[in-house]
Design a protein around this ligand. Structure first.
Ligand SMILES: [Zn+2]
Ligand SMILES: [Zn+2]
Length: 273
């Protein structure tokens, strides 16, 4: 039975987890291929991968089973939706995250990025600081490259900044927005993995529509905001530009008028490398 195959830890889960470990993040076609390959290798009973409800249920149940195993390691596979889109479907990802946050110092948080040298991590911290200081939470590529000169761990050339930036985008920690103006933003992988770090270091809004939220819900990095009641929302949580807060008749808009307060502590500035 499919139920047994997905809910009893076995080959399916091992192969799928290995795939997630090498990718870090997967969504859409990529995760379907990974899951289908792992499923077929496990020689489970036939599963109709073209039936979305059946496929997604099997995928979610498989991830639940893996997460039970990963729990003792302080790790989990979590869902992350790209905040830049109004539609969830194609923009939903799964991210393998380290939840071990009993001592989330800044350095420790960035240890989740093992492919990066210390100077690259320092550069990344500057990038993230500058992205988070901007009202729209994005910076131009050219400004991103200028930040290389702030790095203290070594004299970082602009070309090394460029290479690091490319690597951060390739590994899906950061993204360039798609309409061609090249703004650099935090990608779903960064937001999922570094959530605790973001909460500690910056002033982060919560989406008023996310389940169980009402002000204490899921963080939103690039919200749309209601000009009347001031509530923040994920683009994918609202259906139109009418504010979904029942007590309000306002309209939501793209972060405009949002006050971005500088919310990071300066002590961490000293913390180079
Ligand atoms: Zn939301
Ligand atoms: Zn409102």
């Amino acid at each position: 039975m499919v139920e047994v195959t997905v809910s009893t830890y076995g080959d399916l889960h091992r192969v799928f987890l290995q795939g997630m470990m090498s990718r870090g993040i997967a969504g859409g076609k990529d995760i379907k291929e990974l899951f289908q390959t792992a499923y077929e290798q496990s020689q489970g009973p036939e599963l109709d991968f073209e039936n979305k409800d059946i496929y997604v249920k099997a995928l979610v149940d498989t991830i639940k089973t893996i997460n039970k195993e990963l729990d003792s390691l302080g790790m989990a596979i979590v869902k992350a939706i790209d905040e830049d889109y109004a539609m969830r479907g194609q923009h939903t990802y799964y991210v393998l995250v380290n939840r071990d946050d009993h001592d989330v110092g800044e350095k420790l948080a960035f240890k989740a990025m093992p492919d990066f040298a210390p100077f690259e991590l320092e550069y990344t911290r500057h990038l993230v600081d500058h992205i988070m200081d901007e009202e729209e939470r994005q910076i131009e590529a050219i400004s991103a490259l200028h930040l290389a000169k702030l790095v203290k761990a070594k004299k970082m050339k602009q070309s090394e900044g460029e290479a690091t930036l490319d690597k951060l985008v390739a590994k899906k920690w950061l993204k360039r927005n798609e309409d061609g103006n090249g703004f650099i933003r935090l990608a779903p992988r960064f937001i999922a993995e570094m959530g605790d770090f973001l909460d500690r270091r910056y002033r982060i809004e919560k989406c008023y529509m996310c389940p169980g939220a009402r002000g204490s819900g899921k963080r939103v990095i690039r919200p749309v905001v209601c000009s009347d009641c001031g509530q923040h929302y994920h683009r994918y949580c609202i259906k139109s530009d009418a504010c979904p807060n029942k007590k309000c008749r306002g309209k939501v808009q793209d972060g405009a008028g949002r006050k971005r307060r500088h919310a990071r502590s300066d002590s961490e500035e000293e913390d180079s490398n």
